[in-house]
Structures are given as C-alpha cells and as structure tokens.
Design a protein around this ligand. Structure first.
Ligand code: NAD
Length: 351
C-alpha cells in the first residue's frame, strides 16, 4: 500500500518536479492538493487524477485531519510559510515533509520540531541530495577515509534571480537571499561530508547599490566554515551569476570533484588520486551512478519511514542545524568578523 501525499503549494517546484516524480516513485502516491488558486488546482487535479474532494485551500487545510487518504503533507510554499503549515499539518495528524530552508529562524525550526513531536508525527526536510547516489557514495568515501584525511571543501552554488518582485527577494518571505536558498547546499554538504558541526564561521555579503532586486536580501555571499577536526569549507553563492553548481572535496590522498554537484540531474563526479607506487597524481577517473529522480527518492524514503515507523535521514534537527549556521553567517557578515559557535553533538542520522 502506497503512502498518500498532499502537495501544499502549486508553484514551480511542485508543478515541474514533484508532481511528475510520483510517476517514478514506488511507495508514494499523490492523493491531495492544497492551493490558493482553485482553477489551477482543478487543472492539476485532472492531469494527475486527484479527486475533487481532495482539493484544499489555505483555510480548509486543517480539514485534512478528517481525510484518511492523506498521511503526509509536503510543504512547498515560500520559506516564511513553512513553520505555520508544518505545525498546522502536524496538528491535523499528518507527517510532514518540508522544503528547504526549513524556516527563516532557528526559533521557528524548534517550534516545528516540537509541534511534530507533540503530535507524534514524523518531520523531515527535503534535502534531496542526501538521497542522491553520487552524494551518498561521496559520504561513504569520506567516512571510509578513501580520500585520506579530509582537509578542504570548495563549493559554489549560484544562479540568476531576475524578477525584483519575486518572494525570493523579499526578506519577510525568503528570510535572506542566495544564502538560505541556494548557498544552503554548500553549507549542508560541508556538514554531511565532514560529519561535523562548524565551530567558527565567517561570512561576507554584497548587494549592488541601486539594484532593485537586492534592496532587502543579499546578492552575493561568500563564507568559510571551520570544523573541530580542522576541516575547512570555502563556499560562494549568488543571485547574479550564471548557473554554477560545483564542488571539490579535498583529502590528503585524493580529491573528488563534482560539476554539476547540486543540480536536479546530470551530476558528474571525478576522482583524482595519488599513486600508491610513486606518490604522484594519477589521471582523474569519472564515476557515475544511476540518476533516478531525486524527488522520487526522497519522497519514497519518507514514505518508507512512515510505513515502517523509522526515523528519516534528514529530520527537522538537520534543518535546524543549517539554520543555526545561517544565522551565525548573517551575524558575521553584519559585524564584519568571524563568529564562534558552541560545539555540538554529531547528527549522525544516516551518515
Ligand atoms: P514558487 O514561487 O514557484 O511557488 C510558491 C508557491 O507558493 C506558489 O504556488 C504561490 O502561489 C504560493 N504562495 C502562497 N502564498 C504565497 C505568498 N504569500 N507569496 C508568494 N507565493 C505564495 O516557489 P518554488 O520555487 O516552488 O519554491 C517553493 C519552496 O520550495 C521554497 O521553500 C523553495 O526554497 C523550495 N525549493 C526547493 C528546491 C529543491 O531543489 N529542493 C527547488 C526549488 C524550490
């Protein structure tokens, strides 16, 4: 029996990626839609065979509690709405799968975790790459010390954000600019590849004066993270750059480069090692893994957690951990100096 999902918010990600991904999933099925636009919801419902009785809007959302078809709500709304719809979803008795960034503040993340705990429902953040085979393999290589001692990560994730009226450029809705939206992939990778939490961070931000898009949020953000083992990540993100989605993880004996590293598909991985015999650099070799929809993978993982009552790989705590670093990075950028963070317990849900 497949787990029934309601998609909450019918924007670009839902229409272009999530709804089509149900066709590739084995444990999840689309059963309900939540949208402020009834006509759009009806068109989408016809296309995907969702019955009219399972269409909701933001007011009738709480009535999901009376609909046993729906076991999971997937929150795909602007970032500032994630907390409210997660909490209301849990109160309606549903498990919650929430898009990244989990929310706009650590305090909101904590409220979401508490609400799901209180309702006895599961909560996971949609970190699609932590379900993706190249990234999974890289995590395993890092843990098995295949690259020797991990030393450095260089990661860049940026794109072009054109429309000055888009919610992504409004602080109240987005929480910040490129950093929480796309820079979060670099930050998250540094955390899951090292398996550690940073103890010191430094952020530098810049917005072009007079550019209407960046009155409220950062345009470019560059940041460094230092981890307890001495591992350092050096990352950039931006909203005025041609699509760039790459990273290189460097260890004492080998490096792994991925370009693209953070895209929905077409990921490419290259490994460069030191020759055991001569100690010199060998030619880099490519490695590839099956590229099924990352969205189908993450949804199926969560459905299996619901069916088998297991803890998800990317629980709310994982979203909160990223948000804690994002808050520290914004503070660092504001104050123009590094910010120290208290040492944390490792979050080794599936690493
Ligand atoms: P979008 O703008 O295309 O869609 C947002 C939806 O929210 C729209 O249907 C809009 O009508 C609705 N909405 C409801 N109230 C709104 C309000 N007050 N203002 C604006 N829109 C409102 O955005 P998207 O790109 O689909 O992003 C949605 C979420 O998904 C975001 O949290 C984003 O970070 C996340 N996302 C994740 C990935 C990923 O790879 N995991 C990719 C894209 C987006």
């Amino acid at each position: 029996q497949r787990v029934g999902w309601a998609i909450v918010g019918l924007g670009r990600l839902s229409l272009e990626e999530l709804l089509p991904a149900f066709a590739e999933s084995r444990h999840s099925r689309l059963v309900a839609l939540v949208s402020g636009d009834r006509a759009k919801a009806q068109t989408v419902a016809r296309q995907y065979g969702v019955p009219e009785k399972n269409l909701y809007d933001y007011k009738s959302y709480d009535a999901l509690k009376d609909n046993p078809d729906v076991q999971v709500v997937y929150i795909v709304l602007p970032n500032s709405m994630h907390a409210e719809y997660t909490i209301r979803g849990a109160q309606a008795g549903k498990h919650v799968f929430c898009e990244k960034p989990m929310a706009n503040t650590v305090a909101e993340c904590q409220q979401m975790i508490d609400a799901c705990k209180k309702a006895g429902r599961k909560l996971a953040v949609a970190y699609r790459l932590q379900y993706e085979p190249h990234h999974r393999a890289l995590i395993a290589m890092a843990r098995n010390k295949e690259l020797g001692t991990l030393k450095l990560l260089s990661a860049d994730n940026g794109q072009h954000q054109g429309d000055p009226n888009h919610w992504r450029l409004k602080r109240a809705l987005a929480g910040g600019g490129a950093l929480p939206d796309v820079g979060i992939y670099c930050l998250s990778a540094a955390r899951y590849l090292s398996g550690e939490e940073p103890v010191e961070v430094m952020g530098v931000s810049y917005s072009t004066p007079g550019d209407a898009r960046f009155k409220e949020v950062d345009e470019s953000f560059s940041f460094q993270l230092r981890f307890p083992s001495g591992f350092i990540a050096n990352c950039t993100t931006g909203y005025s750059v041609h699509e760039t989605r790459r990273m290189r993880l460097m260890g004492s004996d080998a490096y792994v480069e991925m370009d693209p590293a953070f895209a929905y598909q077409g990921l490419r991985m290259k490994i460069g090692r030191k020759s055991q015999a001569s100690g010199k650099a060998e030619d880099a070799i490519e490695r590839s893994y099956p590229q099924k929809s990352q969205f189908a993978r993450e949804m199926d993982h969560f459905s299996q957690c619901v069916k088998e009552d297991k803890a998800p790989h990317t629980p709310g705590e994982e979203g909160l951990a990223d948000m804690r670093v994002i808050e520290a990075l914004y503070r660092s950028a504001r104050e123009g100096k590094p910010v120290k963070l208290e040492a944390q317990k490792k979050l080794d849900a599936f690493r």
